[in-house]
Design a protein around this ligand. Sequence first.
Ligand SMILES: NC(=O)c1ccc[n+]([C@@H]2O[C@H](COP(=O)([O-])OP(=O)(O)OC[C@H]3O[C@@H](n4cnc5c(N)ncnc54)[C@H](OP(=O)(O)O)[C@@H]3O)[C@@H](O)[C@H]2O)c1
Length: 254
Amino acid sequence: MSSVFITGATKNTGLCIAEKFASEGYDVAISSRTEKELKRAVSYLSDKYKVKVKGYTLQLDSVSDIKNVFAKIEADFGGLDVFVPNAANLGVDYDMLTVTEEDYDAVIDVNLKGTYFCCQQAALIMKKQNKGSIVIISSIHSKECIWGRSLYTASKGGLNALMRSMAIELGPFGIRANCIIAGAIRTDRWDNFTPEQIAKRRANWPVGLESTGEDIANGVYYLGTDLSKTVTGTELTIDSGLLICLLPFNGGKH
Ligand SMILES: NC(=O)c1ccc[n+]([C@@H]2O[C@H](COP(=O)([O-])OP(=O)(O)OC[C@H]3O[C@@H](n4cnc5c(N)ncnc54)[C@H](OP(=O)(O)O)[C@@H]3O)[C@@H](O)[C@H]2O)c1
């Protein structure tokens, strides 16, 4: 049976990715910082899809914790076919001029260092199988910038570069590496927006709609499986057309 591991997958995009793979018959491993959230998501996924689902508490800023969790996953699933580093500190509202070392570590240690060592551990398992696929969830923030996101932007830009390095170094072991460059994704945070705020956001994008978690999951499934068996070192942009706009979208007229 094929298996997938998705970090930070008890809700939002990560849970949608878990659902996509479970619906296709994959055994699913998910992680979270909290046991309670894990239990709820594991019961939900296993009841709905009748596949093997296991949850692991994981602190992404701890390399020893990462190594322990991957060892458990290898023992529990007998290998690992697809790894999706999804969990992230969204790093909002950090004024660059006042960022502290603690602030820096809170974002970079989770998003970049944590993902790096997770990918290393995933690759060590996949190398034994001479096959595997790593799909990093990156962001449009790795390409374009707004105020207050310098740490998040640096972490996601670093992940794009890491992905390309992995594609080169791990290709000889049958391991592919790719990124999703995600634009706005609808999450539980959108429940707090008014219809006017949602309409204002949507007006910024040529497609006029945010992505759903399912839209992202479909891209991850493509990159994670043999549907894309000759694709590596690439970025799949799922962003409602935001990145192609040279000027604010304004309905396409200027
Ligand atoms: N939402 C968007 O519009 C958007 C746009 C572009 C890219 N993305 C990317 O898509 C992925 C999923 O985003 P999402 O919006 O669905 O995320 P989310 O639910 O806010 O976060 C995903 C998971 O990351 C874990 N997490 C959050 N803060 C953390 C921290 N400080 N330390 C360690 N883990 C932390 C949480 O898992 P636990 O609490 O269970 O540990 C959370 O469920 C992320 O990589 C994000 O950067 C999102």
